[in-house]
Design a protein around this ligand. Sequence first.
Ligand code: AHG
Ligand code: MN
Ligand code: MN
Length: 335
Amino acid sequence: MADITVTEHLLLHQKRTPQATGQFTGLLYDLILSGKSIARRINKAGLLDILGGTGEVNVQGEDVQKMDTIANRIMIYRMERCGALCAMSSEEEADLIRVGPEFPRGDYILIFDPLDGSSNIDINVDVGTIFSILRRPAGEKGEVRIEDVLQPGYQQVGAGYILYGPSTMLVLSTGQGVHGFTLDPGVGEFLLSHPDMKIPEQGYIFSVNEGYSRYWDDAAKEAVNWFHTTESFDGKPYSARYVGALVADFHRTLLRGGIYMYPAEKRKPEGKLRLMCEANPLAFLAEQAGGKASDGKTRILDKLPNKLHARTPLFIGSKKDVEAVERIYAKYEKA
Ligand code: AHG
Ligand code: MN
Ligand code: MN
């Protein structure tokens, strides 16, 4: 099979969608370049004294790893120069980053988690960059307002992630299915390796941090317990897997099916994961691949964020598995 590069793939799609202007393709091109730069640093992290923490705590109240800061800087530096963006929001930055006037501005807004799963970096386990692309509401000019950015996830025009694993992979959707590309480090190009990815309708793996079950409410306990029962899949209980890096746990779920869960907790009533930079982009991919994403009651992509760093409980993966959780939550809603 002839190798199809990601650029070639984007150009082919550009012809078919009026929404994919040159600006949008340029944005993706620079995102991919940022991903390659981050991958290069991560590959050498053990050699460059860039492992470990910075000693700081970020806006989310979490320890900042040196690689978090490096990935964040690479993304901001490259993307504010790409010409397609008017604003950005990073998991590592408290405020909205407005582009310009020193750089050319465009119509898009980029929301990203520069390094997801960063506590895994010191143990040489998978991490990734997750991104969500929104368009600025039509007719809005001048300084970007925070309300222009707080859009529900169904309005995303593109989303994806770059997974820094045994190989580096880009998984991307611009609303026409989900496509996976693997980085060929020899030529420095992402090549199409997983065209038109689909999540199995039902899986056999569940993924959740069960160590925190004492903080869950009864609905969450029953939902997780469902996957222990033999009613759930073919008379057998589900298998458990938890990397602790959402991007890696989601990637497995996309390929193998099953469900990833991060329920609300008594100490974290909104859950841990960030709606705009984690849940929304992965929910967009899940739906584009035929799966589902829910907070137990509401479709993730319908949720209106009330702030940049809003959080949400998350149940994501195979359609039937997410529906099983929603049925349990609905039962508790009625009671
Ligand atoms: P980040 O490294 O971007 O802060 O995200 C960490 C998130 C997510 O990747 C992962 O699934 C989750 O935290 C794990 O949390 P627990 O350690 O609470 O299970
Ligand atoms: Mn994260
Ligand atoms: Mn992060």
